[in-house]
Design a protein around this ligand. Structure first.
Ligand SMILES: [Zn+2]
Length: 423
């Protein structure tokens, strides 16, 4: 067992990932502390995303969280805000990601009141021009990342070989009239203008984006019905005039724009990535909707057999259903992004079961889903550990041979992504 574990571990830790999902802004924007995405520029920024959600779940008050991520609070004093909660969160996967990150990047084994000044100093030394490339390629051993921009529906990255930008359709489906989805001087008066806007985004970016991304599962069920333009023209006009529309009308409009966009993506040969499962926010998740995600996804697969759907986050916590879905539907692919830092044991369990249940060309095993680049380091470590354990256990339980396990590694970590995301 020990030998199997070492051999598989070595192979997994030497193999690069293609990282299929992050929320990074470009490095110059990070160095300029683009607000509100970069609320502070000190060590606490590493806690600002998933770890922060765990802190709030543990009981941290909003005022405390605001101070923790404030630029006006001395970084050394910030440990005093976290200290009380640290024992409750340092063993969650987010805590483990943080601890591996500071160990790998800063050589700091664990955090305490005694080493905050050192942590801060190492943070500042690391965060400098070129650190994206050094962290992503050299430390995390990732070839490139697919990025869902938190700023705009799509853009050409400053580092197009390192950060490939997905075309994010959330705002276009929800009719969000803001700079996120509507470029300056683009006039929108009727539904056909909005179609033209969607067409414009595809014309601009459809040939360089690796995929489209749809995150609307945070706002509704995934029960998108095919709806004709004529049924929603009036609703659209009311919506852009800020006139009241009822929830059924809102759904109808989104249903129409969802399929307009998905059909367009399919025409461009772009896979459609969908958020499913757990929500990355506190005190809001509608678990009734989440529970229905796998069945709703099956309906989408049936309605668009020519579309390649990539379902995110193993539909956590409903990952058994997602195995069933991808086993049945030829156009259903699974992306394990974020799952390693939601629940690494569930992710390992999912991967073991996936290998024995579903054809193994249909899975992508890593995306950090991070907005702070440093955390990709710890997240990739946790993912590699989980992948190595899953394969080792399958061998030691005599389901597959060590040769089978080693043969799977490249496919799981980058070759499957290379085949499906061709740009
Ligand atoms: Zn995401």
């Amino acid at each position: 067992m020990e030998n199997i574990k070492d051999i598989i571990g070595q192979k997994v830790f030497e193999t690069p990932f293609i990282d299929t999902h992050e929320h990074l802004i470009d490095e110059p924007e990070r160095l300029d502390c683009l607000e509100p995405l970069i609320p502070c520029d000190d060590w606490a920024l590493l806690l600002n995303h998933y770890f922060g959600f765990d802190l709030v779940a543990a009981g941290m008050l909003k005022e405390q969280a605001d101070r923790l991520f404030s630029n006006r609070v001395n970084p050394i004093d910030k440990w005093g805000i976290v200290e009380k909660y640290w024992p409750y969160v340092n063993n969650t996967a987010s805590g483990i990601v943080f601890r591996h990150t500071i160990k790998a990047l800063y050589g700091i084994g664990d955090i305490s009141g005694d080493n905050i000044a050192e942590l801060q100093s190492r943070y500042e030394q690391t965060r400098k021009k070129g650190f994206y490339q050094s962290i992503i390629r050299d430390t995390a051993n990732i070839r490139h990342c697919h990025v869902h921009s938190p700023i705009v529906a799509c853009k050409q990255s400053e580092s197009p070989g390192l950060l490939l930008q997905d075309l994010a359709l959330n705002g276009l489906i929800r009719v969000a009239i803001n700079p996120y989805s509507v470029p300056e001087n683009f006039q929108v008066n009727c539904l056909s203008d909005w179609h033209a806007l969607i067409d414009w985004w595809f014309m601009e970016y459809g040939r360089i984006a690796p995929a489209v991304k749809i995150g609307n599962a945070y706002f509704r069920k995934l029960d998108f019905e095919r709806t004709e333009a004529g049924e929603v023209e009036k609703i659209f006009t009311q919506k852009i005039k800020s006139q009241a529309i009822d929830p059924a009308e809102e759904k109808k409009l989104q249903d129409h724009l969802f399929w307009y966009s998905v059909d367009k993506a399919t025409g461009y040969g772009l896979p459609v990535k969908l958020h499913t499962g757990q929500w990355a926010m506190n005190n809001a998740m509608n678990m009734h909707w989440v529970k229905d995600n796998p069945a709703d996804c099956a309906s989408l697969c049936r309605k668009a057999p020519d579309t390649t759907f990539v379902f995110f986050h193993i539909g956590y916590p409903h990952y058994e259903e997602m195995l069933s879905l991808s086993k049945s539907y030829a156009n259903a692919y699974m992306d394990m992004c974020w799952s390693w830092s939601i629940n690494p044991l569930a992710a390992k369990d999912f991967l073991k079961k996936f290998i024995l249940t579903v054809p193994n060309n249909k899975i992508f095993t890593f995306g950090g889903d991070e907005k702070i680049v440093e955390n990709i380091t710890g997240h990739a470590f946790v993912a590699r550990k989980g992948i190595a354990l899953a394969l080792t256990e399958l061998v030691s339980e005599n389901w597959i041979t060590i040769t089978d396990a080693l043969d799977l590694v490249d496919d799981l970590m980058y070759k499957n992504a290379e085949k499906i995301f061709v740009r």
